[in-house]
Design a protein around this ligand. Structure first.
Ligand SMILES: Nc1ncnc2c1ncn2[C@@H]1O[C@H](COP(=O)(O)OP(=O)(O)OP(=O)(O)O)[C@@H](O)[C@H]1O
Ligand SMILES: [Mg+2]
Length: 311
């Protein structure tokens, strides 16, 4: 996939390359968290709902989870989570606050890093901001087993860099034809990145990336489990036939009025209504994910994995 290098100047690009190379050399030092990127082609399909509640469900299963709001356009995981952040990662990046200030303890025993409206492009971060981002990510990876990234909608450069950095990419789709088409476009883009070594360069010429362990689909807004299953099968069947890639089934989430009710109360649905249909579905998806978290993840840190897309 051709990701444009849109950095301001040659010097800045070279400094970024050097920084990423340093991280690459330090790659094998220490353990790295399992990164789950929650993405979608179409907007408004339930990424934030799933990111927040899946994080809590994974924490309930004993994992140390950090949720990062990476929706650079409309960061709103704080609302679904029911917290009022006093520091976002954009403030930490600018150096106005220490990076530790933006890691907050959130309901459900997870760490939450609130979103950063105003950071338009990861590629355009200044050198100082990148160092801050590196410090933040290193800290998160040292302390947590699982990092969940709530990404923005669509196949922008930022989103695809985050997807490429993840061990597991969860594409959220709904049974609506427009959502299925957009989810397929995302799977297709991702499969192209995979063929090209996830670096935006032809395979073999880029940095040796550690391939993400899995691409999976969660179907949200299903009226019945059968509808959810059929939606998954349509998407996975088309991906197998035309793209020759396997796509895992992470289950479906039923359309459920408890979801908007919990959001209105500013409480995560799995905590407010743990036995409602949507919560049961999210728990089931968490069980499947949880069983995969023991697998060895990437040997490279998250910062390196995100940034390598831009050099
Ligand atoms: N299973 C569900 N049942 C009922 N309502 C739902 C369900 N899932 C999501 N919703 C509703 O859909 C709305 C959008 O969900 P959410 O914000 O999670 O989508 P998103 O994909 O993160 O959107 P964006 O692309 O804007 O980031 C929420 O306000 C929520 O109330
Ligand atoms: Mg969202």
């Amino acid at each position: 996939m051709a990701i444009n290098n849109s950095l301001g100047g040659t010097d800045q690009a070279q400094r970024l390359r050097n920084l990423v190379l340093q991280c690459e050399h330090a790659a094998d030092a220490g353990r790295h968290a399992h990164v789950i990127a929650v993405c979608s082609g179409k907007g408004g399909v339930g990424k934030t709902l799933i990111s927040v509640n899946l994080s809590i469900a994974l924490a309930a299963r004993g994992h140390r989870v950090a949720l990062i709001d990476m929706d650079l356009g409309l960061a709103n995981a704080d609302i679904v989570l029911g917290v009022e952040p006093t520091c976002t990662w954009s403030e930490a990046l600018s150096g106005k606050r220490p990076v530790t200030d933006c890691i907050i303890q959130a309901p459900g025993d997870i760490a939450f890093i609130p979103g950063a409206s105003g950071v338009a492009r990861i590629a355009n971060l200044s050198e100082f901001e990148r160092h801050q981002l590196l410090a933040l990510m290193e800290r998160i990876e040292q302390r947590y087993d699982v990092v969940v990234l709530d990404c923005g909608a669509g196949i922008s450069q930022n989103v695809m860099a985050l997807a490429a950095s993840a061990d597991t990419v969860l594409v959220v789709a709904t049974p609506e034809p427009t959502s299925i088409t957009d989810a397929y476009a995302m799977v297709k883009t991702f499969s192209r990145m995979e063929r090209e070594g996830y670096t935006g360069k032809p395979a073999g010429t880029g940095h040796p990336g550690s391939p993400a362990s899995g691409l999976g689909i969660i179907v949200n807004y299903a009226d019945t489990r059968r509808e959810g299953q059929e939606t998954f099968e349509r998407l996975a069947g088309t991906a197998a036939r035309f793209l020759h890639i396997p796509v895992s089934d992470y289950g479906c989430i039923l359309r459920d009025d408890h979801v908007p009710a919990a959001i209105r109360q500013r409480r995560p649905v799995v905590l407010r209504y743990p036995r409602c249909p949507a919560s049961s579905c999210i728990m089931a998806s968490a069980i499947k994910l949880s069983s995969e978290l023991g697998r060895p993840g990437s040997s490279q840190g998250l910062f390196y994995r995100v940034m390598r897309m831009f050099v």
